[in-house]
Design a protein around this ligand. Structure first.
Ligand SMILES: Nc1ncnc2c1ncn2[C@@H]1O[C@H](COP(=O)(O)OP(=O)(O)OP(=O)(O)O)[C@@H](O)[C@H]1O
Ligand SMILES: [Mg+2]
Length: 226
């Protein structure tokens, strides 16, 4: 089942007088259950593409069908619903709230979506191996553990798609691979569609498909060799 379809997608930044095109006419289709790695040099548009596909940034031209509906026709309540329940986001810098403990950092995401289901919070923490650390604060745990919590936070409302922008970018090799293993489990065992950005070619083998960007265009889109 196709869940994302981008056609002739263009993103420009700047004013009318000086415009820069950073996404220059991209076509792509992503099916439910795929695990897509997006790679490419710095400035090639990886983050921008992720933000367009997830509705975090408006696109300038072209179209994006997300869950069968044109993204720029989403109402503000559609967009809120999308962010709260249908997609999850994981960032390079974790973005946990320092004065909330591990448990509360995940709970808050459920509460915002109107579902403060404590069992679900437990389940999400268990899925990333962080339940036993639930009472600790972000500054009491390692970067790898913080990233696991941020994955639990993205998971707690049971989204269909997880977008991750360089989720291992701040981590050492060992912790980075642990995070990738978790994403792989979520893909294989829970059928989450995952779209993640990386600079690290060693991580491509976790995914099922590699999209390579250069200067705002897709230059390669292939099934990942195992
Ligand atoms: N808000 C913005 N305003 C103007 N230009 C922007 C903005 N965001 C990104 N850009 C430009 O768009 C281009 C693509 O940026 P983007 O962040 O998507 O690249 P990236 O591939 O994610 O790079 P990196 O690997 O360094 O994270 C860059 O030239 C960047 O300077
Ligand atoms: Mg980026």
């Amino acid at each position: 089942m196709i869940i994302i379809k981008g056609s002739n997608l263009v993103k420009e930044y700047g004013s009318k007088m000086s415009k820069t095109q950073v996404i220059k006419g991209i076509n792509l289709t992503i099916e439910s259950g795929e695990f897509v790695s997006v790679v490419g040099p710095s400035g090639s548009g990886k983050t921008t593409l992720l933000y367009l596909l997830s509705g975090l940034e408006p696109y300038t031209d072209g179209s994006i069908q997300l869950f069968d509906k044109e993204l720029n026709t989403y109402s503000s309540s559609d967009t809120a619903n999308l962010r709260q329940t249908k997609i999850g986001f994981v960032f390079q810098s974790y973005n946990l709230i320092g004065n909330l403990n591990v448990y509360e950092n995940v709970l808050i995401s459920a509460v915002i979506a109107g579902k403060s289901d404590k069992n679900r919070v437990h389940e999400a923490l268990e899925m990333v191996g962080m339940l036993e650390y639930k009472d600790l604060y972000p500054n009491q745990i390692s970067g790898g553990m913080q990233q696991r919590v941020s994955i639990a936070r993205a998971l707690v409302n049971d989204p269909e798609i997880i977008f991750a922008d360089e989720p291992t970018g701040n981590l050492d090799h060992h912790n980075g691979f642990q995070i990738m293993e978790i994403l792989k489990q979520l893909n294989q065992n829970y059928h989450k569609t995952i779209i993640f950005v990386t600079h690290n070619e060693d991580l491509l083998s976790f995914g099922t498909r590699t999209i390579r960007l250069n200067d705002g265009l897709i230059i390669e889109d292939v099934e990942t060799l195992k």
